[in-house]
Design a protein around this ligand. Structure first.
Ligand SMILES: Nc1nc2c(c(=O)[nH]1)N[C@H]1C(S)=C(S)[C@@H](COP(=O)(O)O)O[C@H]1N2
Ligand SMILES: [Mo]
Length: 513
């Protein structure tokens, strides 16, 4: 009985220690969460194939799975520590202390937490957790009232002990809950929200004209030409969205440059006068998938800042590094060959949403996100492909990630039923930074028929298309393919997303009544 209760006390004390640490971090300088830092450290130490497997299996729920496992693991350890220290009191402070040292180390290694904040916050958690556990164990040990031994050696537990144990456990668990809620509230209210809503985007010196009317087709269910920020897909390894304090944020230009320097966020805001329409695409997008979106980005040409830094001869890779240590790397040419390649601070007329990289991110046209579009950008390092592998490369993905020509049927939906007669078959098509020159449809494996293209918003964005299909009754198969700017049609070969992007034709089945 005492052992089970000691275990419960251990779980409660561990939770209280964590809650104390997180709440202290919320009020101390820095914007990070220790829980997140430990999660990131765990992801960092996990072999690549396992990370890829987890992302494949759990999708965006993979963070929740990791978080829950961490919670279960730490509570379990807390329970064991508590049980062991019923007899040997020194085990609790030593056990919690070791936890604290590991946590402080993970926090100090994390870019969003200062070392002093990590040490203070974990120390606070250890003291509170150990004290709470000691108190409950004292109650369990009988406190002042000693139980009466019976003839056969068992002990009758005084009613008072049970009540005091229950009282303390509930009170401590309640405090942990209140602390967690407070910490959460403070962290959410911190940096991002406040700073983001007070961020003033300068009006671009040369604003782009509104998208031409002819670039948007009037078809129900087609992807809008520009994706609203709320609907924009999100892909990253971040355990929770990094909160960056924009008032102190800087981006460092390092590595193979003549004049390393840092640019502050305020300076970036002043410089940000370039608008670019760019479609972002994830290399993990399946044929017909929705990990793709288009936005009007506001930012600073990367080339301008690189010229200030002076790129050294021999550097062939630009690596973007985020506040949480993620990296993406792409060829130096991409910054200088004239394609949109910017450090973006605005997305569709707003400061970057936190989930899309506030306060600043890279947007490089023509390349998949995993090599180029670093969010929560903190550093641009000039290096070589020989010297450095960015995050996904050792995990089995290609070092180079040009976007492959692709097309998607948005309407009708796969397996839809439609009425015989003229049916609007429509969708979007995209390629690398040079755009799309044609889209064709094949019905029931018949010859390729040209679709009508909407006007091009930019060569660096997807393009809408429509095919007016004279549908006859029966079941039909529709297939789409795009042709790039150089006249190369999209390949029919089917390949999976890994290592450098899925290929094949998006194909749907439709029944016509
Ligand atoms: N810091 C950071 N930036 C990142 C990533 C990441 O994991 N961490 N993922 C990249 C990938 S794989 C893609 S597809 C794009 C997605 O950008 P979005 O979430 O704004 O759509 O961000 C890129 N930038
Ligand atoms: Mo991606």
């Amino acid at each position: 009985m005492t052992r089970a209760r000691a275990a419960i006390a251990g779980v409660v004390a561990t939770t209280l220690a964590l809650a104390t640490t997180e709440t202290l971090l919320a009020v101390l300088p820095g914007t990070g969460s220790l829980f997140v830092a430990v999660g990131n450290a765990v992801i960092g130490a996990t072999p690549g194939p396992i990370v890829s497997f987890a992302i494949d299996t759990f999708g965006s729920a993979n963070r929740l799975v990791l978080l829950s496992s961490m919670m279960v693991g730490m509570s379990g350890a807390g329970a064991l520590i508590a049980r062991a220290s019923v007899r040997r009191r020194w085990i609790a402070p030593v056990g919690f202390g070791l936890f604290g040292v590991a946590g402080a180390a993970a926090g100090a290694a994390d870019a969003t937490i200062t070392t002093s904040s990590a040490v203070l916050a974990t120390a606070g958690g250890v003291v509170v957790g150990t004290a709470a556990l000691a108190k409950v164990l004292d109650v369990l040990r009988g406190g002042e009232s000693t139980p009466e031994p019976l003839q056969d050696g068992t002990e009758i537990e005084p009613q008072a002990t049970r009540r005091r144990f229950l009282g303390w456990t509930v009170a401590l668990a309640g405090s942990a809950g209140v602390l967690l809620a407070t910490g959460r509230f403070l962290q959410d209210r911190a940096a991002t929200t406040v700073a983001r809503t007070t961020t003033d985007l300068a009006a671009p010196a040369q604003p782009l004209p509104l998208p031409p009317a002819g670039a948007s087709l009037d078809v129900d269910g087609i992807s809008p030409l520009v994706t609203p920020n709320e609907d924009f897909y999100r892909i990253d390894t971040a355990f929770t969205i990094p909160r960056v304090d924009a008032s102190t944020h800087r981006i460092a230009f390092t590595g193979m440059v003549d004049r390393p320097f840092e640019v502050t966020f305020d300076e970036l805001l002043d410089l940000a006068d370039t608008e670019m329409d760019v479609t972002l695409s994830c290399v993990s997008n399946q044929v017909g998938g929705d990990l793709i979106g288009t936005a009007r980005w506001l930012g600073v040409p990367l080339a301008d800042l690189l010229e200030r830094a002076g790129v050294q001869a021999g550097a062939d890779q630009i690596v973007g590094r985020s506040v949480d240590g993620w990296t993406g790397g792409f060829p130096v040419e991409a910054a200088f060959d004239g394609r949109p390649a910017i450090i973006a601070v605005g997305m569709n007329g707003e400061p970057l949403p936190a989930r899309h990289g506030y306060p600043a991110r890279l947007v490089i046209a023509g390349l998949y996100g995993y090599v180029s579009d670093t969010k929560w950008l903190s550093e641009i390092e000039l290096t070589t492909f020989d010297a450095f592998d960015a995050y996904w490369v050792p995990r089995g993905w290609s070092a180079l990630g040009p976007i492959k020509t692709q097309s998607r049927i948005d309407v009708p939906r796969d397996s839809a039923s439609v009425d015989a007669g003229t049916v609007a078959v429509a969708g979007v098509a995209w390629s690398d930074e040079h755009g799309v020159s044609a889209v064709e449809i094949s019905v029931d494996d018949g010859p390729w028929q040209p679709a009508d293209l909407a006007d091009e918003l930019a060569t660096t964005t997807w393009r809408q298309w429509i095919y007016r299909w004279e549908a006859s009754a029966g079941n039909h198969v529709l297939r789409v393919r795009a042709t790039d700017a150089d006249g190369r049609p999209q390949t029919a070969d089917i390949s999976p997303p890994a290592p450098d992007g899925a290929t094949g034709h998006h194909t749907i089945r439709v029944s016509v009544a």
